[in-house]
Design a protein around this ligand. Structure first.
Ligand code: SF4
Length: 342
């Protein structure tokens, strides 16, 4: 019987290592990469880029699956709750495992391999969570975690003799020293995203996501991409203003403008681009303009060019909003704390 496995490949260190290990054990493998907008491994190119690089290096096939819509449903209604941000890690893993299972059924792959390490992530990589994830995804016994396998119950691939349990490892915990040594052994030199990264675990991003979900029942990918840049201000339940923080963000923001948006830009000196998204009245337009004026180079009265909506193009002359008022409208972490926990 021809046994083939599929590796859940993020492109981070751990999943890259299991690709190397499985090939060393002589198992035929291919890889599957799940794309969401929340990965922070390679901000400019995305995690998929890293996965692409790894499969090229090892000469294996890669299947890329975009799960934006499904992950948004999970974020909105996580059966197993969130970590410290809006990271529904257990439900997220169940989703990904189920998707991998579908792919297994289509392709005749026998089992799944992950780079998970026991005790590495507080929410999804402890024994109980791993059991729940396997059970609810219908993959009990079919998930091999080569890095921690000797600390876990033997899986079907081990019991069937497809993989030799003796060759598997017993790594646990958050330190990556053993993995880095193993990378050297396997001649894996490039792993730009050793620890992985997910915006859903970030406290500031979580605050923005909660605000978005409260105002927009079905956020689009564009709505989510907007959360990743600029300063965000909530002017009403349905109106948000996003102001770019630098030239790079000006360009990124311009690329995310939609027909329904109103845009603002300082006319008489250098300043940021801003978007108003949602229903807006005259008073709110003036408020948005005075927020933009606060971040322009000139601290006095500014001319703000406003584009879009019924008024078409117009220029509003406003004073910069005062610091206390602007602070009250900003969507941000109350303590500025950043957390990365999953
Ligand atoms: S950190 Fe949690 S929510 Fe983010 S990708 Fe990993 S499992 Fe999913």
């Amino acid at each position: 019987m021809n046994i083939k496995a599929i590796v859940l490949l993020s492109g981070g260190l751990d999943s890259t290592l299991v690709v190397g290990l499985m090939l060393q054990y002589g198992i035929e493998i291919e890889a599957i990469n799940f794309v969401t907008p929340f990965c922070t491994c390679n901000r400019s190119k995305g995690c998929g880029h890293e996965a692409g690089r790894v499969v090229k290096e090892f000469g294996i096939q890669l299947k890329v699956v975009n799960v934006f819509e499904e992950i948004m449903e999970v974020i909105k209604h996580p059966k197993h709750g969130y970590g410290r941000g809006v990271n529904p890690c257990i439900d997220c893993r169940i989703l990904i495992f189920k998707k991998a299972k579908e792919y297994m059924a289509q392709t005749g792959v026998s089992f799944i391999v992950t780079g998970e390490v026991l005790g590495q992530r507080p929410m999804s990589q402890h024994r109980r969570a791993m059991e729940i994830i396997e059970k609810e995804s219908g993959l009990e016994g079919l998930v091999l975690r080569p890095l921690s396998a000797k600390l876990l119950k033997p899986t079907i691939p081990e019991e069937m003799g497809w993989v030799d349990r003796e060759k598997l490892l017993n790594i646990s915990g958050r330190s990556r020293k053993t993995q880095i040594a193993l990378a050297e052994e396997l001649h894996i030199n490039e792993y730009p995203c050793a620890a992985g990264g997910c915006l859903l675990t970030d406290a500031e991003f979580a605050k923005r996501m909660r605000d978005l979900l409260a105002s927009t029942p079905d956020p689009t990918l564009n709505d989510v991409q907007l959360l990743k840049l600029g300063r965000h201000f909530r002017l009403s339940e349905t109106l948000k203003v996003i102001v770019a923080r630098n030239d790079e963000e000006n360009n990124r923001l311009v690329n995310l403008i939609e027909e329904k948006d109103i845009t603002l830009q300082v006319t008489n000196q250098k300043g940021p681009v801003a978007i108003c998204r949602g229903e807006i009245n005259r008073e709110q337009k003036l408020l948005a303009a005075s927020i933009v004026a606060r971040y322009s180079d000139d601290r006095g009265e500014s001319g703000i060019k406003v584009n879009g909506g019924l008024a078409g193009e117009e220029t509003l002359f406003v004073q910069p909003m005062d610091v206390v008022e602007i602070g009250g409208l900003r969507i941000q972490c109350m303590n500025g704390e950043k957390r990365l926990q999953r």
